[in-house]
Design a protein around this ligand. Sequence first.
Ligand SMILES: Cc1ncc(COP(=O)(O)O)c(C=O)c1O
Length: 468
Amino acid sequence: MKFPSEPFKIKVVEPIRRTTREERDRLLRAAGYNLFQVPAESVYVDLLTDSGTSAMSDDQWAGLMLGDESYAGSRNYYHLEETVRSIFGYKHVIPTHQGRMAENLLFSTVVKPGMCVPNNIHFDTTRANVEHQGAQALDVVIKEAYDPRCELPFKGNMDLIRLEEVIHREGASRIPLAMVTITNNSGGGQPVSMDNIRKTRALLNRFGIPLFFDACRFAENCFFIKEREPEFADKSILDIARELFSYGDGCTMSAKKDGLVNIGGFLSLNDDQWAQAITNMLILVEGFPTYGGLAGRDLETMARGLREVLDEDYLNFRVGQVRYLGELLDQAGVPILKPIGGHAVYLNAKEFLPHIEQAQFPAQSLVVALYREHGIRGVEIGTVMFGRRDPATGRTIHPELEMVRLAIPRRVYTNMQIAYVAESIVDLYRRRDMIHGLRLTYEAPVLRHFTARFEELERQPLLQRAAS
Ligand SMILES: Cc1ncc(COP(=O)(O)O)c(C=O)c1O
């Protein structure tokens, strides 16, 4: 296993506090066993998300001081515009405060009730923004994406046969655009190949359907293309990105991921009419088109971050650090989703805790145990997040995958801390039989995972469980 050496040194440090097991146990009870309700200051290694949690470089911090806070025509906007055009290649650059606002502006402009938008897998805010328009969000990723053991190099690919079926079934006039999410977050941070993107484009061209990218993790996707598609082995990440985006008509971007910033996003596209309508809406809900809900200094750090993220030494470290954690776990026999994705390692809770049935929230139980025993925060991606009630029977319909996502913030943790995470999980895996299931005591009508409350179930003896 290769130890991914850091291509940076540390200039500023942020202390983190160690807590005791008793303290964490108390905090968990107060939080109703929901890690979203635990104060971040009581977490030792926080792997809740890779979004907005990156460490900025000295160049980005220097850029903050060059913020031009003019209401209109800030120089930082022009820097961002030039940077985005030079990488993504689209004509219009519309800044937003984060990714979901880019989605909201795009879909509220071009999606009408009764329409449908295909995507490999919609991220939850993308799905919600499509559905909010009264349209259908369809996931058409290849079927292997749902098999946690299947090792394919590009498990985020579009299923082209199903995409064509969707177009025939729905009719091209009811599909205002198709999207491809790079990398595919909801499918485990898996990349999409250039070959698949070219073929997707060719298929959509036959029906005159525009293609947009959900580009949050575009640099990580391009790194995988370089690593895994021989045609690109000698190309720079910038050249790969330029070719990739040349097959699209636009993109939405949460720069909180591969923009290496704590807040920011944009929408970029070629169509003049769409851009005009979106800009009018932007002025209504975000701000003037040269700041779009952000300070000038935020635009500057985003412009700088977008260039830095293309650096191959950085990407080698970044993707390597995630892989390092995954391989440490895999070698110890801990069940994880394969292959290891670009931004996170996913624990397969169904296999980790086979003694906890899905109705007792195995992935949430694992998240709770990981925090209580070792002070590490992950996030449940399973029944709490995606379980739905069948309106006819009132019963919960469980999702296929029951995962704990360990998302790695960019440039934040040392490899020693990553090794600590691996050791802790291996320890927990050895003692997995002591982990209890949970019972839901409160749920909100929508997005219940943020505020749900639970209580712990008594441990059932193994023999009794086998008999029941
Ligand atoms: C693939 C994908 N799309 C869109 C978003 C939404 O971005 P934001 O959180 O900046 O609104 C996210 C955030 O995690 C994401 O992972």
